[in-house]
Design a protein around this ligand. Structure first.
Ligand code: HEM
Length: 434
């Protein structure tokens, strides 16, 4: 089994990894952007790519940072996601590698992110239809309660790691509500989420892939029991609705549950993390939000534009076609830089300026577009909007205590640690006054 996993890694990640390393040494901009320097500060690389044209050939795929091209490709049904290996290994080895299906996970079919219509539609529909108004209302109530509990637990005038104490805690509680999970298992899911998300990156090491697969296996074992329990006694949660809806088989249920965890948890945690860092480093913008709190929803859009939690995605040509005057053969892959599109000067004035009142901030592509457009977008907006406003109202003097540390991942770009000094609690002041 390990040999089969290793072959899968070789095909999906290992070969691209070697190519990227070689090209990075040769100074290729795209390859360097995926390396440590690019992860720390990718925007100079994106601007270099933008200067080379709207569609740029790199040693691996094509790449675009152009808002119009990214949007067009995402919405064009001549492009799709690739469900097979990114770099072909001989067919015989491929067959051997695929003989044992991997544990259901967010990066392999039938996770909807890796399916094309019509199969994609069959996977997505039952999940979307489980988002009933009643389920959403429960989630809204839960966001309010969890935010309040987390803020109450923070030590006024003390320091915390904002990722650990808040940014990751709000989304994990919501995912638990959606999946009908017992709160005491949150730590396990935080661990599995952290181990599994690198799978969505390009060129990860065998060690990272192996860890991700082990985590996926543990999650599968856990979900076997949990889904069984919900089958016997369904709750009012979204997973119960997906189960009783009856459209998805057991493996597909697990794959699409893992994508709710993968796509719904770390992304929202990264959005909250980016927002805190940006607002602490742009005090004039925070002052503006204090003066005009009705700008909070727009501020969330501007954070999504300026630092999209999903940095990059990809599509492949399903047929020979022409794009931007260039002939692309079937199978040609295009990396779509959502972050690059979000700073396209053709759409956003002075795009490298962070401005919570930017009138067209919501034209960002942080939630993608087309058939795979994120259906958790409004939930994420509601979670982040409520959590951030409550956090900054509760701790008005909060400041950074040390430079925050980014995860070494590009696809899901966000902070691993963020030490902050909380300062006084406005809640305590109010209670004392009252
Ligand atoms: C700030 C938070 C979020 C961001 C930035 C985000 C971003 C994205 C993006 C960019 C995609 C599409 C990727 C592509 O086109 O290749 C996507 C898809 C998806 N998102 Fe989100 N997401 C967020 C929150 C959520 C939440 C809270 C949920 C859970 C309810 C969720 C569930 C999904 C699912 C299941 C898909 C796959 C949809 C499909 O393939 O049809 N996301 N998300």
């Amino acid at each position: 089994m390990t040999l089969q996993y290793w072959l899968r890694w070789l095909s999906l990640q290992g070969v691209p990894r070697v190519v990227l390393r070689v090209q990075s040494r040769r100074g290729d901009t795209f390859a360097r952007m995926l390396g440590p320097e690019g992860i720390a500060d990718p925007h100079p690389y994106l601007e270099k790519l933008r200067a080379q044209g709207t569609l740029v050939k790199t040693p691996l795929p094509w790449v675009t940072c152009d808002h119009a091209v990214v949007r067009t490709v995402l919405r064009d049904n001549r492009f799709g996601v690739r469900s097979s290996a990114r770099i072909e290994i001989p067919e015989l080895l491929q067959k051997f590698a695929n003989r044992v299906p991997p544990p259901a996970n967010p990066a392999d079919p039938p996770a909807m992110l890796r399916m094309n219509p019509p199969e994609h539609t069959a996977m997505r529909r039952p999940v979307v239809s489980a988002f009933t108004p009643r389920a959403i209302q429960k989630l809204r109530n839960r966001v309010e309660t969890v935010t309040e509990e987390l803020l109450d637990a923070m030590p006024a005038n003390g320091s915390v790691d904002m990722v650990e104490a808040f940014a990751s805690r709000v989304p994990i509680a919501i995912i638990f509500e959606m999946l009908g999970l017992p709160p005491e298992d949150q730590e396990k899911f935080l661990f599995w989420g952290e181990e599994m998300t690198p799978m969505l990156d390009v060129g990860i090491s065998w060690r990272a892939y192996d860890r991700a697969m082990r985590a996926a296996q543990q999650l599968n074992d856990y979900l076997d029991g949990h889904i069984e329990r919900l089958r016997r006694a369904p709750g009012e949660d979204i997973l119960s609705a997906m189960i009783t809806g009856g459209d998805l088989d057991h493996y597909a249920l697990k794959a699409n549950t893992s994508i709710i965890i993968g796509a719904g948890f770390e992304t929202t945690a990264n959005l909250i993390g980016h927002a805190v860092t940006l607002l602490l480093s742009h005090p004039e913008q925070l002052d503006r939000l204090r003066a005009e709190p009705e700008l909070w929803p727009n501020a969330v859009e501007e954070v999504l534009r300026y630092e999209p939690p999903v940095f990059i995605t990809a599509r492949s040509a399903l047929t020979d076609l022409e794009l931007e005057g260039i002939q692309l053969p079937q199978g040609a892959m295009i990396m779509l830089s959502l972050a690059g599109a979000n700073r396209d000067p053709a759409v956003f004035d002075d795009p490298h300026r962070f401005d919570v009142a930017r009138p067209n901030a919501n034209q960002h592509l942080a939630f993608s577009s087309g058939v795979h457009a994120c259906f958790g977008a409004n939930l994420a907006r509601m979670e982040a909007g409520h959590a951030l406003r409550a956090l900054f109202e509760r701790f008005p003097d909060m400041r950074s205590a040390a430079p925050p540390r980014l995860r070494r991942q590009l696809t899901f770009r966000g902070y691993e640690h963020m030490p902050v000094q909380l300062g006084r609690s406005a809640h305590a002041t109010r209670s004392a006054a009252g």
